[in-house]
Design a protein around this ligand. Structure first.
Ligand code: FAD
Length: 387
């Protein structure tokens, strides 16, 4: 393509980078993907994608395969329960982008990744594994140059850092910005799904909350958040004990899954961090997308959807306008407010789930009963706006 003599360099083959590379390739823009992990293995955990992220995947033609690889909620139903399993209320998440787009999809990260990687291979995207970008030179009118850990030099018209929450690219562009611990930890485990469990379930406790989500192939995952003041370090071999003990009061549908935890390999523990990077999200012809630019707390399950939306929007802008600093500046302007809305809302959801005072929790549950659906509708009306 004459407008892209060198092509686009994408650093990081996670959700944002893989989606961007695929979206560019499908629009005929030459692109190369550089991924640090030689095995290219995402964390083995479940995740959910809401309709806005799924609608963005639809725009690049992979929605059908992604849906087939996960568990699509037919009606977006989400009961909220107390820790003993008593119903507080039930809300339902809307569809966005048409009847063929499910309201929520639960999926194993590795499955989402498999679909994106296969589609990228079919589109002929070169993927350089086991190499990290160590330095970038951006001296116009020459190309942007990436120097890789194995000594390779790559030239590009533009370079996009999609290298996640600990982005090395962000470190090069904006050295003062680092992930900040938010005071919470997330515990995740995977289990066989009983047929009766056919909706996303949230359980609201005191200082903690726990969710259950089917992910397809007869499996589900449990994700549970706790306050973790001081960001304590837990050795891997005690993760299953700690998850069982921390959430011991959660019974009802959660009991059997917590009781099943007998091996540390069943559990992933992650301290919750956030990245707040003000605009610009670029310097010259080097830009950031996904968690590298705006990692969110995971309390709304929207970080992956924001990464996918970023990738789809940036690919469309690059394909339409060609490479250049102005496109990266325009991209940041277009995406910043929406990503900040998700970050702010997610922080509030996390704080509500972490209330430690019984009376405040009772008031929260009463609010959920009175206005939970209206809150969901209000937020998803914003998510349904054009991206
Ligand atoms: C506990 C938890 C639960 C979550 N649950 C959900 C959920 O249910 N739904 C949802 O939508 N979101 C969820 N999120 C958020 C979601 O995981 C992230 O927003 C998403 O993974 C961001 O994608 P990314 O591509 O920007 O980063 P990542 O997915 O982290 O990918 C970054 C990639 O870059 C590679 N890389 C790193 N450094 C380099 C380098 N120097 N050179 C080359 N490659 C490099 C890494 O190996 C990796 O492959 C959750 C987050 C957490 C922490």
């Amino acid at each position: 393509m004459a407008r892209f003599p060198h092509g686009v360099l994408v650093v990081g083959g996670g959700i944002a980078g893989a989606t961007l590379a695929l979206a560019l390739a499908r629009r005929g823009v030459p692109v190369r993907l550089i991924e640090r992990d030689a095995g290219w293995r995402p964390v083995s955990a479940g995740m959910f994608l809401y309709a806005n992220g799924l609608a963005a995947l639809d725009r690049i033609g992979v929605l059908g395969e992604v849906v087939a690889a996960g568990w699509a909620s037919p009606d977006g139903r989400n009961p909220y329960l107390t820790p003993d399993g008593t119903l507080i209320t039930e809300v339902s998440y809307p569809r966005i982008g048409g009847d063929h787009v499910p309201p929520i999809l639960g999926i194993l990260r590795a499955e989402l990744h498999r679909v994106l990687a296969r589609a990228m291979a079919a589109a002929g995207v070169p993927v350089l594994l086991g190499r990290a970008v160590e330095a970038v030179e951006d001296a116009a009118p020459g190309p942007v140059v990436a120097r890789l850990s194995d000594g390779t030099r790559l030239d590009g018209d533009v370079l996009i850092g999609a290298d996640g929450i600990r982005s090395a690219l962000r470190g090069l562009l904006f050295p003062g910005v680092a992930p900040e611990f938010t005071g919470f930890g997330v515990w995740r485990s995977m289990h066989d799904r009983p047929a009766s469990l056919d909706a996303k379930v949230m359980m609201m406790g005191v200082g903690k909350r726990l969710g259950i989500m089917p992910i397809g192939d007869g499996r589900l995952y449990v994700f549970a958040t706790s306050r973790e003041p001081g960001n304590p370090w837990y050795e891997r071999d005690v993760w299953h004990h700690r998850m069982r003990a921390t959430f011991a009061e959660f019974r009802g549908p959660a009991a059997r899954f917590l009781d099943e935890l007998s091996d540390p390999a069943q559990v992933v523990y992650t301290p919750v961090e956030e990245v707040r990077l003000p605009l610009p999200w670029h310097r010259g012809r080097v830009g950031l997308i996904g968690d590298a630019a705006h990692a969110s707390t995971p309390f709304m399950g929207q970080g992956g959807a924001m990464a996918i939306e970023d990738a789809v929007v940036l690919a469309e802008m690059l394909a339409e306008r060609g490479p250049g600093e102005a496109v990266l500046a325009g991209f940041g302007e277009r995406r910043h407010a929406r990503c900040a809305l998700v970050q702010d809302t997610s922080r509030r959801v996390g704080e509500a789930g972490g209330l430690e005072d019984e009376a405040a929790c009772a008031a929260r549950d009463a609010r959920l009963r009175e206005s939970g659906q209206a809150t969901v509708d209000g937020f998803y009306a914003r998510m349904a706006e054009a991206i």
